[in-house]
Design a protein around this ligand. Structure first.
Ligand SMILES: Cc1cc2nc3c(=O)[nH]c(=O)nc-3n(C[C@H](O)[C@H](O)[C@H](O)COP(=O)(O)OP(=O)(O)OC[C@H]3O[C@@H](n4cnc5c(N)ncnc54)[C@H](O)[C@@H]3O)c2cc1C
Length: 422
């Protein structure tokens, strides 16, 4: 196919960058520059002897999400529904839970009746200040931190309502691993002569209307007519890439959106000792230092995954993998009333996933604040039809912080560019 002279550079080969590259490289010359050694970004399946061993990044498809499931079907990848039961463990007592938070519907209704957006902290202070709601406030804070990775003093009610009210009961896991999906996109891009260059950290962008010059840390540079920036929000906030002329309104908008982190600990054991406590455990919520855990049901993998998210994760970011493994075992000993030594004897393998320590990621995913609506309006406005932004944090639909969110913004930015070029 003869390609028009228009050249496009995409920074970042995560879900957003890859799907945009696939679309745009059908018609234009596209170069993708990626800091990491592999494509996929925050999607990172670990394989052992060719089989999925662990998901260090994204793991679930949270609902019947059209772009993600569409891609999986197109790629011929299999996925299955996560079943099982959720439990809350408090002071050694196990109770089956059917709602993350008691009186969930009533809570959503109250959030809906708030006329002006406010933070969750302000909402709790106004609506649930009394002592009788202490447990409810604690549960809401735990859920906001764990699920949304958010700080309750910053996260917006409207953002949470939009997500929570549309949350699906169904979660899916990809049998071949999430990476199989981004590998599928990578292969198509390359077939379409899109150049994907890994191990290349972009440090500077010089631009004028219709022209960009992009420089990498290794001294190499590339020129194009348009640039799509898909780096994680935390990287954009840190101004790791120097733009000349500067783009202060865009950096300020990025800083108005919340950026959360998580430490994910994936532990493989010789036996599923947790089945002594209950059959078909899917999720466990607890007061342990790493509070949230899940199994791989219905898969027969002897794996427990711990999730320490939001502000409580921050003090642990600097810890070594050995220290975090110890914290995980202490948490499990607490939940299952075992000794750490017993669990150590049963332990086969451990993967620690601490994305905040990776300079080209710096965290896990974004969350909305009361200032996000205006911030997104800025970030969705291309700079002189030359610089465009995409990526999970730019999404404003009902599945924020997900792979679907990233894919959706990648598709949207490609459509916008094609429209201006048509
Ligand atoms: C631990 C964890 C668990 C998660 N669980 C789920 C889940 O279960 N389900 C779900 O749907 N989502 C989940 N997510 C969120 C999901 O992974 C992300 O929303 C999605 O993958 C983001 O895609 P993206 O393309 O926007 O960004 P990224 O995947 O981060 O891609 C951006 C790319 O830019 C690159 N980059 C950064 N700086 C530079 C630079 N200067 N030069 C060149 N390249 C650069 C990065 O290396 C990265 O590859 C999880 C995320 C984490 C971290």
């Amino acid at each position: 196919m003869i390609k028009p002279t228009e050249e496009i550079i995409i920074i970042g080969a995560g879900a957003a960058g890859l799907i945009a590259a696939r679309e745009l490289s059908k018609q234009y010359k596209v170069t993708v520059l990626e800091a990491a050694a592999t494509t996929g970004g925050r999607i990172k399946t670990i394989y052992h002897n060719g089989a999925k061993a662990a998901e260090k990044g994204a793991e679930f498809v949270h609902g019947e999400l059209p772009i993600t499931l569409g891609l999986l079907n197109e790629a011929g990848l299999k996925y299955h529904l996560v079943n099982g039961q959720m439990f809350r463990v408090s002071n050694g007592k196990w109770t089956a839970e059917y709602e993350m938070i008691t009186n969930w519907d009533q809570l959503l209704e109250q959030m809906e009746n708030v006329p002006e957006d406010m933070t969750m902290q302000q909402f709790l202070d106004q609506h649930y200040p009394q002592e009788q709601y202490a447990q409810l406030r604690k549960n809401i804070q735990g859920f906001v931190q764990g699920f949304d990775l958010a700080d309750i003093t910053k996260v917006g009610i409207k953002y949470l309502l939009n997500e929570w009210a549309n949350e699906s009961e169904k979660n899916f896991r990809i049998e071949e691993g999430y990476t199989a999906m981004t590998d599928f996109l990578t292969t198509i891009c390359r077939k379409q002569q899109c150049e994907i260059i890994t191990n290349t950290t972009v440090t500077a962008v010089e631009w004028s209307a219709g022209k960009v010059n992009v420089r990498a840390a290794n001294g190499q540079s590339w020129s194009a007519n348009k640039l799509v920036v898909t780096i994680p929000l935390g990287v954009l906030q840190k101004k790791t890439i120097a733009f000349t002329p500067a783009i202060p309104a865009y950096i300020s908008a990025a800083n108005d959106i919340g950026w959360g982190t998580v430490i994910k600990t994936i532990l493989q054991f010789k036996t599923p000792f947790w089945e002594k406590h209950a059959q078909q455990i899917a999720f466990i919520l607890s007061d342990a230092p790493i509070p949230t855990w899940w199994t791989q049901v219905p898969e027969k993998a002897y794996i427990l995954t711990g999730w320490l998210g939001g502000p409580p994760a921050v003090p642990y970011i600097g810890q070594t993998d050995e220290q975090l493994q110890e914290l995980a075992l202490i948490s499990l000993a607490n939940i299952f009333n075992e000794t750490v030594d017993t669990l150590k004897d049963l332990l086969v393998d451990c993967h620690i996933s601490n994305w905040a320590t990776l300079p080209h990621v710096t965290g896990a995913y974004s969350y909305g604040t009361p200032a996000s609506v205006n911030a997104l309006t800025v970030l969705h406005t291309p700079i002189e039809n030359t610089i465009y932004f995409a990526g999970e944090a730019l999404y404003n639909g009902t599945s924020p912080g997900t792979v679907e969110a990233a894919l959706s913004t990648g598709e949207a930015v490609a459509a916008k560019i094609k429209e201006t070029l048509s």
